[in-house]
Design a protein. Structure first.
Length: 420
């Protein structure tokens, strides 16, 4: 009976699959890509990047299965993967675990497409293989007290913080200049530590009407389109942050290394596709945020911003030191948004409640809080990947790495590996 079940599962997983494709784990990888592309027809946000072989796209285009059938096929493929011999090679073991976790997330996401609702923490555990800690209200209140002293005066503290931010808004006509210089510096610092293909390149666009502040669309062949949302005024601090996060050593560098090291170097076709709602996103977003710290360590971030970017933006640097202290204090609140997302998506917060929480505990304007809730509506539990992912990547990179060269080496190894 067990043999019959496995045979049936393999047949289900391999529906529409030509007989001349590779066998074993390579066959699983091919079928994973086809299933992901087919799932993307029912969930437009599922496939974030794709630059693989035309024949796999043709197979996916010919696949007429609906979400329920695709979910069962992904389950079956995951079972089949578990029957394959286990390699002694550590990298092969990481690859096997990667495919297993990615398939599990696909099963969950297709269930959500079918209308299945999961509690926030269960959703993030199934999709991203991680659960965010519960909010530390006492830590938030201590940070609020410190921030209160940095921006004294009448009126709500969030309004005073917003007023300070607005003194450091990049004028719209200078956005291209400031962002161009910021990302060039991020690139220079990254290429001094990580080798990327000579033809790697990117384009920056400024867009509107988006629920995010920046996005990297990776097109393959070492090319990214980086979009910056200008719906709301952009503060000077976002220049380095987005330059690192979306570009170097963040998403652009990450995708370039996956393509060159794994898709091309090893012939692993699963790395020609990036499934957004998957454990890979915890590493992608976490490494992109940690990339800011590794590229600009020990005060270099603020030195470059104040000496180079603020003058380019035409900003007065007289209050730069106080603004620096404010932003450092605000970092202790940057995981408070997880609690708003958890309570909002689990139904204990209304939209107004979520906006109010974000204003109180992340000290943003109501307009920015509303944009954040728009992000919750579209991407749900994905929010944990930014701060929890960053903290996990930092612990992984800095454990036993006492010098900058060691940290960069571990960071580069992480970016070019299938590690989750």
């Amino acid at each position: 009976m067990r043999v019959l079940v496995v045979v049936l599962l393999v047949a289900l997983a391999s529906a529409c699959r030509p007989t001349d494709l590779p066998s074993g784990i390579d066959a699983v990888a091919h079928d994973y890509v086809v299933l992901a592309l087919a799932a993307g027809r029912h969930d437009p946000d599922f496939v974030d990047a794709w630059y693989g072989p035309d024949d796999l796209k043709a197979r996916a285009d010919a696949d007429t299965r609906g979400p329920a059938e695709l979910r069962e096929a992904a389950r079956a493929l995951r079972v089949y993967l578990g029957t394959l011999p286990v390699s002694d090679e550590p990298l092969d073991q990481l690859r096997r675990r990667y495919l297993d976790r990615q398939l599990g997330a696909m099963v969950t996401r297709l269930g959500m497409v079918l209308g299945e609702a999961l509690p926030f923490d269960e959703e993030t555990a199934r999709l991203y293989d991680a659960v965010a800690p519960q909010p530390d209200i006492e830590r938030y209140e201590r940070a609020l007290a410190e921030i209160e002293a940095l921006v004294p005066g009448p009126g709500p503290i969030a309004e005073r913080v917003e007023a300070m931010h607005r003194r450091f808004v990049i004028p719209p006509e200078r956005l291209a200049t400031v962002f161009g210089r910021a990302i060039a510096e991020c690139r220079t610092r990254t290429l001094a530590r990580i080798e990327l293909p000579e033809h790697e390149r990117f384009t920056i666009e400024f867009v509107t009407d988006k629920p995010w502040s920046g996005y990297n669309w990776y097109h393959g062949d070492a090319y990214s389109l980086i979009q910056i949302n200008t719906d709301l005024p952009i503060f000077i601090g976002r220049a380095i942050d987005l330059g690192c996060h979306e570009g170097y050593p963040g998403h652009h560098a990450y995708n370039v290394l996956l393509e060159s090291e794994l898709a091309q170097g090893n012939g692993w076709v699963e790395f020609t596709l990036y499934a957004l709602f998957s454990p890979q996103s915890l590493v992608a977003e976490g490494s992109a945020n940690y990339g800011i710290d590794i590229a600009f360590p020990d005060g270099e971030y603020y030195a470059f911003e104040e000496q180079v970017l603020m003058p380019l933006a035409g900003l007065d640097t007289a209050e730069a030191v106080r603004y620096r202290a404010l932003r450092e204090a605000l970092k202790r609140l940057d995981d408070a948004g997880n609690a708003a997302a958890r309570r909002y998506l689990d139904g204990s917060f209304s939209r107004a409640d979520a906006v109010e929480w974000l204003v109180r505990y992340t000290l943003v304007s109501p307009e920015r809080a509303a944009q954040r809730v728009d992000f919750f509506d579209k991407y749900r539990g994905y929010v944990i990947n930014y701060n929890l992912g960053r903290d996990m990547v930092r612990r992984y990179i800095e454990c036993g790495a006492d010098s900058a060269p060691q940290r960069w080496q571990r960071f580069a190894e992480l970016l070019g590996s299938p590690r989750l």
